[in-house]
Design a protein around this ligand. Structure first.
Ligand code: FES
Ligand SMILES: [Fe+2]
Length: 451
C-alpha cells in the first residue's frame, strides 16, 4: 500500500459539512483497464444495453421547458425522447408513433398543445394519450382497441436540469446524481437562460471526451495561456458516490509551476479589468488578485441584482467543474454555467458529439454583459429573451468554440489514434486523474450489472 500524494485543499477552514470541504478519500485502485472500451463495437453495444438505457441522463435544462406545452427532444443512440411540461408537471415519452413507428416531433424544441404524427396525423395529448385516430372507422377494432398512447420514460428535474431514464425502475434521481444537497442549487441554474448552444463532432470515443474535461493535468501543455491565471496544481479533487466528482480550480492566480508568484501578468491584468479594477493602479501582487476579484464580484452582484448569497468567496472566482455520471460536466461559475454533454455517436465508437450550453443568470441592467473569459462572441444577445437555436457545427465546428476548446478538439483525435497502437497497453492514471478512475469504476458497475 503506497501513500497518497497530497493535494490542495481550497479552504482548510471550510466546515466539514460545507460544500467546499474536501471529501473523504476514495480508493479506486491502480488497475490498468483494457483499452478495448475505447474502440470496440461490442463494448459500445454493452454500453447501450447496460448504461445508456439504464442510467439517468441529462436530457436538457429547465429553462427550455418552463411553460405548459414547452417540449424538447433528447436524442441518444437509436432513441429520441420527448420531454414536455404539461399541467401535472414534466413528462417524457419515446418520440415514436404507435401506428407505424414514425418519429412524431422533429424540432429540437417548441411549444404545442398536442402532438400530431407527420405520417397519418394520429394525435396525442400532452399526457401522451392517443386522442384521435384518423379515419378510425377504417380500422378493425382488434387492431386499435387498446388505444395505444406514447410510451412513457422516467423523467425528473433537479436544480434547473432535466433528466430521463429508460430503466423500468430507476433509482431516485437525487441518489443517482450523487452530489450533496444544495450543491447545484447554489448556482440558481433554474433561473438561468441558455444564451448559446453548440454541438460539434469530435473524432474520439465519448469517454476520451469526458476524461479530457475531468483533469487539469493537461492545462500547462495543451492550454499554455491558462498558466497566467489558473492554479493548475492547487486543484482540489473530490469524489462523490454514484460516480459524481468535481475539481475546484482556483482562477485568478498563476500556475504554481511558475517561480514568479508576484508580478501581474497579462492574464491577471485582463481578469482585473474585467471586474472593473484598473490593473495599472492595482497595488497588490499576483497573490492579491484572486481575493480582489472576489470582493469586486460580490459588490457588483448586489448592484446588478444577481443572487450570489449561497456562494462562498472562493466560488466567485474558482471553477467548480462538476461531473455527473455518465456524460456530463458542468463548469459552475457565479454568473453562469457551461453545461457540457459528451454524447456517443449512434454507430461509430470513435466519434462523439460535444454538446455545450452556455447559461447566464439574468442581470438587472439595461445592457447585460457576460464575463469576457466566457468567450461569448461580440454582439450576441445574452439578455435571455430569445433562446438561440443549437448550432450544429460538425467535425470542424470546434474552431468556433474559442481557443481552449479548439486546442482540446485538435488533441483528442490524436489521443484516440495513438491508443490504437499495438504498443499501447492501457491508460496509466495518476492521482491528478483520480476522477477518471472514479468514472470508470462507476461505468464498470453498470456494465457488470451491479447497477
Ligand atoms: S405512423 Fe403515425 S400516424 Fe401513421
Ligand atoms: Fe482541455
Amino acid at each position: 500500500m503506497t501513500t497518497q500524494p497530497k493535494f490542495a485543499v481550497i479552504d482548510p477552514h471550510a466546515p466539514a459539512d460545507s460544500l467546499e470541504a474536501k471529501q473523504p478519500h476514495v480508493d479506486n485502485g491502480t488497475a490498468v483497464l483494457d483499452k478495448d472500451r475505447y474502440f470496440s463495437q461490442d463494448f459500445k453495444r454493452l454500453e447501450w444495453e447496460r448504461l445508456w438505457t439504464r442510467a439517468w441522463l441529462l436530457a436538457g435544462v429547465s429553462a427550455d421547458v418552463r411553460e405548459v406545452g414547452d417540449y424538447l427532444l433528447f436524442e441518444i443512440g437509436d432513441e429520441s425522447i420527448i420531454v414536455v411540461r404539461n399541467e401535472s408537471g414534466l413528462k417524457a415519452f419515446y418520440n415514436v408513433c404507435a401506428h407505424r413507428g414514425s418519429r412524431i416531433l422533429l424540432e429540437e424544441r417548441g411549444r404545442s398543445t398536442r402532438f400530431v404524427c407527420p405520417f397519418h396525423s394520429w394525435r396525442y395529448n400532452l399526457d401522451g394519450e392517443l386522442v384521435a385516430i384518423t379515419d378510425r372507422d377504417t380500422f378493425r377494432e382488434e387492431v386499435i382497441c387498446h388505444n395505444p398512447g406514447l410510451v412513457e420514460v422516467a423523467c425528473g428535474e433537479h436544480a434547473g436540469l432535466v433528466f430521463v431514464s429508460m430503466a423500468e425502475n430507476p433509482p431516485p434521481l437525487r441518489e443517482a446524481i450523487g452530489l450533496p444537497d444544495g450543491y447545484l442549487e447554489a448556482y440558481n441554474i433554474d433561473r438561468m437562460n441558455v444564451v448559446r448552444h453548440i454541438r460539434t463532432e469530435w473524432m474520439a470515443n465519448w469517454k476520451v471526451g469526458v476524461e479530457a474535461f475531468y483533469e487539469s493535468y493537461h492545462l500547462h501543455q495543451v492550454h499554455p495561456e491558462t498558466r497566467d491565471v489558473m492554479a493548475d496544481l492547487d486543484v482540489q479533487y473530490d469524489l462523490y458516490h454514484s460516480g459524481a466528482s468535481r475539481m475546484i480550480v482556483p482562477i485568478g492566480q498563476p500556475t504554481p509551476r511558475r517561480k514568479d508568484q508576484t508580478s501581474l501578468n497579462d492574464g491577471l491584468k485582463f481578469m482585473l479589468a474585467d471586474v472593473g479594477i484598473d490593473p495599472e493602479t492595482f497595488e497588490g501582487t499576483a497573490r492579491d488578485v484572486r481575493p480582489a476579484i472576489q470582493k469586486a464580484k460580490r459588490a457588483r452582484a448586489e448592484r446588478r441584482g444577481q443572487d450570489f448569497t449561497a456562494l462562498t468567496d472562493n466560488q466567485l472566482t474558482d471553477s467548480w467543474a462538476t461531473g455527473l455520471f455518465p456524460n456530463v460536466q458542468i463548469g459552475c461559475h457565479p454568473e453562469g454555467v457551461f453545461v457540457m454533454r459528451f454524447l456517443p455517436h449512434p454507430t461509430d465508437p470513435e466519434r462523439f458529439y460535444y454538446d455545450t450550453m452556455t447559461m447566464l443568470l439574468p442581470v438587472e441592467a439595461a445592457k447585460p454583459e457576460a464575463p469576457a473569459w466566457m468567450g461569448i462572441p461580440e454582439g450576441m444577445d445574452i439578455s435571455g429573451k430569445t433562446r438561440p437555436q443549437c448550432e450544429h457545427l460538425g467535425l470542424q465546428g470546434a474552431k468556433s468554440l474559442g481557443q481552449v476548446l479548439e486546442q482540446d478538439s485538435e488533441l483528442l483525435p490524436i489521443v484516440q489514434a495513438g491508443m490504437r497502437s499495438r504498443a499501447f497497453k492501457g491508460q496509466l492514471w495518476g492521482e491528478q486523474e483520480q476522477r477518471l478512475r472514479h468514472f470508470h469504476a462507476e461505468l464498470d458497475r453498470y456494465l457488470n450489472g451491479e447497477k
